[in-house]
Design a protein around this ligand. Sequence first.
Ligand code: 5GP
Ligand code: MN
Length: 334
Amino acid sequence: MVQKYFEVLNLLGQYQHFALTTHVNPDGDALGSELALYSILKDLGKRVHIFNTDITPKIYHFLPFQHHIKPPADLKTVYSGIMPEVLVVLDSGSLDRIGDQLARQLQPTEVIVNIDHHNTATKFGDLNLIETGASSTAEIVYRLIQASGLEVGPERALCLYTGLMFDTGCFRYSNSTSVAHRIAADLIEEGISVDEVYRFVYDTVPQVRLHLLGDVLQTLETTEDAKIVWLSVTQDVLKENRASSNDLEGFVNYIRSIDSVEVAIVANELETGDTKISMRSKTYVDVGQICRLHDGGGHVRAAGCLIQEPLHEALAKIVASTRLHIDGWHSESE
Ligand code: 5GP
Ligand code: MN
């Protein structure tokens, strides 16, 4: 694996002109890993631009370098015909996760580098640094920085710690390995304030979001055995609360916490009429595998997909796939 880091560093050393991107609706790991790598490349004297499909949520405005992130609309003015040599895609299990316009228009002249930790990661890059055992993409970028011999420093530490904290659910999920904790310790020693990072990301909930949560929790349904539980989010409820799909972040965790539950699902009716599914499991169901059946993906305990069906039809499909998976698991373990 160490060899792989040197391969990536070698390749990065050969080029001058980079673009970085990550998945749609970027989260703490997507942004943290992207911004830390941005800073490294800048220190190496490279020309670097970051393009993300979706704007950076306000809760991440504390991250260093985040003001450098540009929307796809800026591609034309930044590149005016001359594309970057290298595109580095972070934390995206497949290329389409970066969003349509970027996938079509941000085409590097030389290579695509794919840095990811998703279980369902596809090797879409010319060079793929995929570690499914890593807690987060931030963890991989941390190792890359170490291999480079450059200092992590407090700013990059803040970015990387945010990535680790977010993807491990504040060091609660099964990906909170001893390695992840050791890296976190190193990052804390760079001088970051862990309680401040937590407050920025989690204690900044606008009051309206709790009203939305109240409304959405009313839609709770479960299978008879109460192992599978789901929430249905309509466009109407979002509009009534002047909220958007981004405001649903974390809702799925509330319903996973029910004692009987193994799989929690939030189904969100999109403006297009399609349905976005967000899934979590507790101890044994591989939701990444279930979402892959519906052209999505993710991790063992957290995954998602987009089903091109109205809310109730989409829910029926995903609940049926989950039942099958649970039945299969039970018969296998018997
Ligand atoms: P969330 O439920 O928080 O949106 O996503 C959980 C995990 O599933 C994340 O790691 C995310 O990358 C992945 N994921 C969510 N939606 C999709 C999707 O539509 N396609 C794929 N391939 N992965 C997804
Ligand atoms: Mn991640």
